[in-house]
Design a protein around this ligand. Structure first.
Ligand code: FAD
Length: 269
């Protein structure tokens, strides 16, 4: 009976369809609908920043229970499974400022918080007050965060933000322009983080890998730091080309590229 019950919590997800890079096997994903979740499973959001291999760990994902937005006590409370686009629509309707950058940022609030996602200097942590995890509420001041990184290592269920008036429609256009140099082919966003004082895309181009293709995986000729899937790209091809870039950039420039895309396969932990 107990086994039957827990079976219902798993959902078959075709990761090749639901990940932004269109790579991944069919997987049983545990759907979290309360503050309880399996300790050994890896949490996924909308898979815009993850490359899942065939030998991935067990997976879990927040259910719709955590897809909500509420204005309460002058704060904005948002469930971590809420997509960015929905947050922007809510802010537009209620004339709330500072969330416009999410209009063109794919993913859930949880995924954005984990990496302090953003566009240039506009980041999700800017107006954050606190996050809610299973056992506690954590104030922003107690989280270590910086450019596209945080020390969040547990499931975030929701977060609260400061509310200021003034949704700015012109910013939506500005953010759209900022993204106009990004390719439209399936990708997981930026493949590598920008090293201090430089750009990962510039380094990939400098070592001759802009437009380089292995199978159907390519460092885009539109923006070199986007590893795009031109059709039937595989996990193995993606790993070969990622490691090639890391090796060449290190050999030719002395710089160790740090991956922004998360590789989820036990062979690469
Ligand atoms: C075309 C494209 C363009 C992009 N451009 C940008 C950009 O300009 N700037 C930028 O910052 N990012 C960009 N990204 C990356 C992506 O938008 C962000 O990483 C986003 O935050 C991912 O959200 P997700 O729900 O898809 O998370 P996933 O990719 O599923 O997960 C990413 C990480 O977040 C963790 N996570 C997910 N949910 C939670 C939760 N509830 N609690 C704790 N941890 C959680 C996961 O464990 C994982 O470590 C881009 C991606 C694509 C595909």
């Amino acid at each position: 009976m107990e086994r039957e019950k827990s079976k219902e919590r798993y959902k078959k997800v075709d990761l090749s369809k639901s990940s932004s890079i269109h790579i991944g096997p069919l997987a049983d994903v545990y759907m979290i609908d309360s503050y309880a979740y399996p300790e050994d499973a890896y949490l996924i959001g909308f898979l815009n920043n993850i490359l899942v291999g065939p030998d991935h760990p067990p997976l879990m994902r927040l259910s719709k229970t955590f897809d909500f937005i509420r204005l309460e006590d002058g704060r904005l409370r948002i469930g971590a499974a809420t997509p960015g686009g929905k947050i922007v629509s809510f802010c537009k309707r209620h004339d709330i400022a500072h969330f416009e950058f999410m209009a063109h940022l794919p993913g859930t609030l949880g995924g954005m918080l984990q990496m302090n996602a953003g566009l240039k200097s506009y980041e999700v942590f800017e107006y954050l007050l606190d996050i809610r995890t299973r056992d506690r509420s954590v104030k922003k001041a107690d989280i270590d965060y910086g450019y596209r990184r945080t020390d969040i290592d547990e499931v975030v269920f929701e977060a609260s933000f400061r509310v200021e008036e003034g949704f700015d429609l012109s910013k939506i256009e500005m953010f759209k322009q900022m993204r106009s140099n990004q390719p439209r082919d399936p990708s997981a966003g930026s493949c590598f983080k920008n090293p201090p004082g430089d750009y990962a895309g510039r380094l990939i181009e400098a070592v001759g890998l802009k437009g380089h293709r292995i199978g159907d995986m390519q460092f885009s000729d539109v923006h070199s730091n986007f590893l795009v899937n031109l059709g039937k790209g595989s996990f193995e091809d993606a790993m070969v080309i990622i490691k090639l870039a890391e090796k060449r950039v290190l050999e030719q420039t002395g710089i160790s590229l740090e991956r922004e895309v998360i590789i989820l396969d036990r062979r690469y932990f």
